[in-house]
Design a protein around this ligand. Structure first.
Ligand code: ADP
Ligand code: MG
Length: 254
């Protein structure tokens, strides 16, 4: 699989009076793994949602492999792609949410085949064959016909990961993928993400699993108050943070 380079440039976002993202600039190399850390409310989810077109930013732009994901806002000037180009580009970014967001009335297999059929235009047979491969990859080959309620949280999250992979995204976003899981189910999901980290897809993961971030990430990004306070290798950020507030945060969570 081929990963995309993500460019985030001068991105700002307000909700009313609240500045949720404040001039965020970051380049994420193709195929790399980035872990975003920071306290609740620091803007992590809003940043991910902006990359995935779920939020519209007020300023700046986001690009994948140098191509805008939708639009670019420079102060008063808006440049926007045509809708069909925006739809085409959306498929390049997949997202996995804290609460899995599976369709409850569809089996694991049906959850996965839906989008490849409607978005990629695959035949049902081809989509099912690919979905079965993906289920095997996340260790759920025997759960194709199970409904979400028949699966554990860890299994549901692995189906959600398979579903995201079915669109062959260049970039995969994870927003606290293990926060809703019982502790004993966390590792089965982290193991799947670790395997993906070797696949070449660009991964951006918001997590409170510090040990996991340290082990898997190429880059750690620490956010506070809508800004990036610090970025660097895990070795650098964990051992020799530039900012005292990064050190204070890590001291609390480690
Ligand atoms: P994090 O993921 O780091 O916890 P978020 O990006 O979810 O942070 O939120 C950042 C801030 O923006 C928080 O103060 C949150 O309450 C606020 N916020 C998020 N979404 C909305 C929204 N749709 N409307 C108003 N405020 C929001
Ligand atoms: Mg969040």
């Amino acid at each position: 699989m081929h990963g995309g380079e993500v460019t985030i440039h001068g991105v700002s976002k307000r909700f009313g009076q609240l500045q949720v993202l404040d001039d965020v600039t970051l380049t994420i190399p193709a195929g790399s793994v980035t872990a975003i850390l920071g306290q609740s409310g620091s803007g992590k989810s809003t940043l991910l949602r902006s990359i995935n077109h779920l939020e519209r930013v007020d300023d700046g732009f986001i690009a994948i492999d140098g191509e805008l994901i939708g639009y670019r806002q420079d102060r008063d000037t808006l440049y926007e792609l045509k809708e069909k180009d925006i739809l085409r580009r959306r498929v390049e970014v997949g997202m996995v949410f804290q609460n899995f967001n599976l369709f409850p009335h569809l089996t694991a297999l049906e959850n996965i085949v839906e989008a490849p059929i409607t978005v990629r235009g695959l035949s049902r047979d081809k989509a099912q064959a690919e979905a079965l491969e993906l289920l095997a990859r996340v260790g759920l080959a025997d759960k194709a016909r199970a409904y979400p309620r028949q699966l554990s949280g860890g299994q549901q999250q692995r189906v959600a990961i398979a579903r995201a992979l079915a669109l062959k995204p260049k970039v995969l976003l994870f927003d606290e993928p293990t926060s809703a899981l019982d502790p004993e189910l966390v590792n089965e999901v982290l193991d799947v993400i670790k395997e993906l980290a070797r696949s070449g897809t660009t991964l951006i993961i918001v997590t409170h699993e510090i040990g996991f971030a340290r082990e898997v990430a190429d880059t750690i990004v620490f956010m506070e108050g809508g800004r990036i306070l610090e970025t660097g290798t895990p070795e650098k950020v964990f051992n020799r943070p530039d900012h005292p507030r990064t050190a204070a945060f890590l001291a609390k969570v480690l």
